[in-house]
Structure formats: structure tokens, C-alpha cells
Design a binder for this molecule. Structure first.
Ligand code: AVJ
Length: 304
């Protein structure tokens, strides 16, 4: 029996059933996430890209000339292109769990940037953090865009930021995106897009588990629920079961009575000040942050 099966069985049979957001991301899930980022409602991706484009020079002016960019969870290596174009770093180190993603992206990218030394690392986040920087070589800039940091619970987030500090090394840097607290209506819209891509993305976790672990979910019997929890300052995504279901995983049968909600994701929202404090707590010295005119999204540059 696989670790994944055990993990899923345990989290689904808990009094409040949950699934790890990592189960969103099979091939279809990544394509659906891509579709989400192009909906009019989902502002984070395009706002962050605009901030990077507008301030790339200002960012570079606070960094040493000789730099290696390390990107945990690089995926398709899309966002870093802008930095490779503008900064021409001496190296780029994508760390990505999906071997295929890593190969496709680096094969496409590397020939376009002959002066950038590519060192692709196939590893998940937790392993990614144990690649210490060479303190004699170029400074390492850890790039963690997209407000992916918002997926971590507060304690895990503190640990992860401390891990990014280790990955950066003692003369390294961190460039990280953090989505901001705002009008709940705006947030609710971003996670309930009219085209239904977010709903499909949420349900895809069940399709993925059916395929991988043969769970026997009926994904269409689940309703997408996403809402801003104002006191916890996070978007919560759930899948609400419309009728009684029994699924099976790791030789266990798990009852999901009608009305059961599986909590699939938290996406925490920050303030610039609050996030800067978290960076300090993780051992970083914040240098600058950039926010768009509407105050939707922030990018933070910090020194180790
Ligand atoms: C990839 C975690 C940043 O939280 O906004 C998008 C994932 N979930 N729509 C986010 C997501 C639903 C996204 N992150």
C-alpha cells in the first residue's frame, strides 16, 4: 500500500475530512489552474506578472550582479522568464517534483538563454530546501512567486520560510509573492469564476484520486464551495457531497454522508506589514516590497 493511500485514508476519515491541495495537480489539474489564471476574476497571476515587469529593474538594483535564481516548485518555469530576460543571471535552478514538467520546461528554456547555466533538480518542496548554496559562488536568489506561500498553515509557513532562508544561504535573497487581504467580494469572485474553472479544478482532486488510488468518488456529486473566512484571513475551498457515498482507499471503506464537506485548500491572505514580519521571523531582512495600484498583490524582496 502506498504512502499516498494511507495519507488520503487518514485525512478523509478524520471528523472533518480534508485533502491536501497537492492532489489538485495532475496534468489536467495543472491545465485547469492555467485556465483559472486567465479568467477575468483571478487577479493574482496577472497582477504579479505586471509587478515583476514594472519593477524588475528596481529589484535588480538591490541585488548583486552575479546571481543564481533558485525556484522551488518551478512548474512550467513561466514566471521566471521575465527575470531571465531582464537580469540574465548566471544560473537558474528550477526545483520541481514533476520530472516531465521539469524536462519539458528546461528543454524549451535553456536554448533561449545560452548564457544562463541551468541546473534542474527533480525534488519536492521539502527536499528542495536541503540544497545549500555555495557560499563562495554567486549569490542565490530564491524565487517563490504566485502566493503559493498562502497554501501553508501558519506554523508550517514559518517552517517553510525558514527552509527558504537555508536554501538562499548566508548571502542569498528571497523574492516572494503574497496575495493581500481585500474586499471579500473580490476574493470570493476570484475563487468562484463564472466559467467554472475553479470548480472543475477543485473536483479534479477527486478525479485524480480515482485514477491514482481507485477511490470510486463520483466527482459530479460534489459541489464546489469557496469562500473567504474573514477571521482566519483565508479563502477556504471545500467539496460538499450532495448524496451519500462510500469510497474506498487503502483497504478502507469510508462513508461520506450527504452534506459532508471535504476541505481541500486554504489560501491565506496577507498584509504587507504582517508578511514582512514573518520574513523577519524566518531570518530574512526585508529590503523592499511592491504593491499594485489597487492594493491587490505584493512582492517582497528580502536579504538573508
Ligand atoms: C496556486 C495556491 C496560489 O491559492 O490562489 C487558485 C491555488 N486555488 N484557485 C491560490 C488556487 C483556487 C492558488 N495557489
Amino acid at each position: 500500500m502506498t504512502d499516498a493511500a494511507q495519507e488520503v485514508a487518514a485525512s478523509l476519515s478524520a471528523p472533518s475530512p480534508t485533502l491536501d491541495p497537492k492532489y489538485f495537480y495532475d496534468e489536467r489539474g495543472s491545465a485547469l489552474f492555467d485556465a483559472i489564471t486567465r479568467t477575468p476574476e483571478y487577479y493574482p497571476t496577472r497582477t504579479e506578472a505586471a509587478l515583476l515587469a514594472e519593477h524588475a529593474d528596481a529589484m535588480a538594483s538591490e541585488l548583486p550582479g552575479d546571481l543564481v535564481i533558485a525556484e522551488p516548485g518551478a512548474g512550467g518555469c513561466d514566471k521566471v522568464r521575465l527575470l531571465l530576460d531582464r537580469w540574465r543571471p548566471s544560473g537558474y535552478m528550477p526545483l520541481e517534483i514533476s520530472r516531465q514538467c521539469l524536462l519539458d520546461a528546461t528543454r524549451e528554456l535553456a536554448p533561449r538563454y545560452p548564457s544562463v547555466r541551468f541546473s534542474a533538480v527533480c525534488a519536492d518542496y521539502s527536499q528542495a530546501l536541503s540544497f545549500p548554496a555555495d557560499d563562495l559562488g554567486p549569490a542565490r536568489l530564491v524565487f517563490f512567486p504566485g502566493s503559493t506561500i498562502g497554501n501553508f498553515e501558519p506554523t508550517a509557513r514559518a517552517d517553510f520560510l525558514a527552509g527558504l532562508r537555508r536554501l538562499a544561504g548566508d548571502h542569498g535573497y528571497l523574492l516572494i509573492g503574497a496575495d493581500l487581504q481585500k474586499d471579500p467580494a473580490r476574493l470570493n469572485a476570484a475563487y468562484n469564476d463564472a466559467r467554472g474553472h475553479t470548480a472543475a479544478f477543485n473536483r479534479n482532486a477527486l478525479h485524480h484520486l480515482n485514477r491514482r488510488l481507485n477511490c470510486g468518488f463520483d466527482p459530479d456529486a460534489f459541489e464546489h464551495r469557496a469562500f473567504y473566512n474573514e477571521s482566519a484571513r483565508r479563502i477556504e475551498m471545500h467539496l460538499e457531497c450532495r448524496r451519500d457515498q462510500t469510497i474506498s482507499v487503502a483497504d478502507q471503506r469510508i462513508q461520506l454522508p450527504a452534506g459532508t464537506r471535504i476541505h481541500t485548500e486554504n489560501s491565506y491572505k496577507f498584509t504587507v506589514e504582517g508578511f514582512s514580519r514573518e520574513l523577519v521571523d524566518a531570518g530574512f531582512a526585508p529590503l523592499s516590497s511592491w504593491v499594485d495600484e489597487e492594493g491587490l498583490f505584493s512582492i517582497h524582496l528580502a536579504r538573508a
